[in-house]
Design a protein around this ligand. Structure first.
Ligand SMILES: [Mg+2]
Length: 206
């Protein structure tokens, strides 16, 4: 199967890498409330930045080699490794476009993937549209991407993060950990195998 993975917020801790860059340049940032970690999509507002300033910080941080480095989320490497070992294709689709040129994000992402010990991906795409290539199943942390993937017919799983649970309970299919995704992938593969067997049976004439 073609198994899709998002990076930021799923396999990579993006907020932490931004914070590391800000610390490296001696920038002070503070939270407007008592939550210690990014907990909204626009978490930068809690760090006292507007969207324009945040984007600039991300461009500079990517150029400086902080953003898109290290900060692999727990179980990320194990989950991708299991999916690959099970014989599926690893399809990465990420909306990364920070740095002076697009090649900054692309090169940093390729280096990060290798340095982190992930098995080789089969495809790596840079796009805000996660339906740009077909996938059988996908893991996302952004509500809008989840909805679009589902509408396009991809079985999507939303990984629970503070920034996608703010609206309260909903009927989206959710998981708590990327390792749970491995089981969803396996589940789908089993269902597909079973359908195949069923269709073979119906083709047999008695
Ligand atoms: Mg994401």
């Amino acid at each position: 199967m073609r198994v899709g993975f998002d990076l930021d917020g799923v396999l990579f801790d993006f907020g932490k890498s931004v914070r590391e860059y800000l610390t490296s340049i001696g920038r002070e940032y503070g939270f407007k409330d008592d939550k210690p970690e990014p907990h909204t999509w626009n978490f930068f507002e809690y760090w006292g930045m507007d969207a324009k300033e945040f984007v600039q910080v991300c461009h500079d941080g990517a150029d400086a080699g902080y953003i898109f480095q290290n900060n692999v989320r727990p179980n990320a490497v194990a989950a991708v490794t299991l999916v690959k070992k099970a014989g599926h294709k690893i399809i990465v689709v990420t909306d990364r476009s920070f740095g002076t040129t697009p090649s900054v994000s692309e090169e940093a992402t390729k280096k990060w993937w290798k340095a982190s010990g992930f098995p080789d991906y089969d495809e790596l795409h840079f796009s805000p549209d996660k339906t740009i290539v077909p996938t059988d199943i996908f893991v996302e942390d952004k509500l809008e991407n989840y909805d679009k993937l589902m509408a396009a017919g991809t079985e999507c799983w939303l990984i629970n993060r503070d920034w996608n649970t703010e609206g309260g309970p909903d009927d989206r299919q959710r998981i708590n950990d990327v390792m749970d995704y491995v089981y969803k992938v396996h589940n789908r593969w089993q269902r597909e195998q079973f359908s195949e067997l069923e269709s073979q049976l119906t083709n047999i004439s008695y």
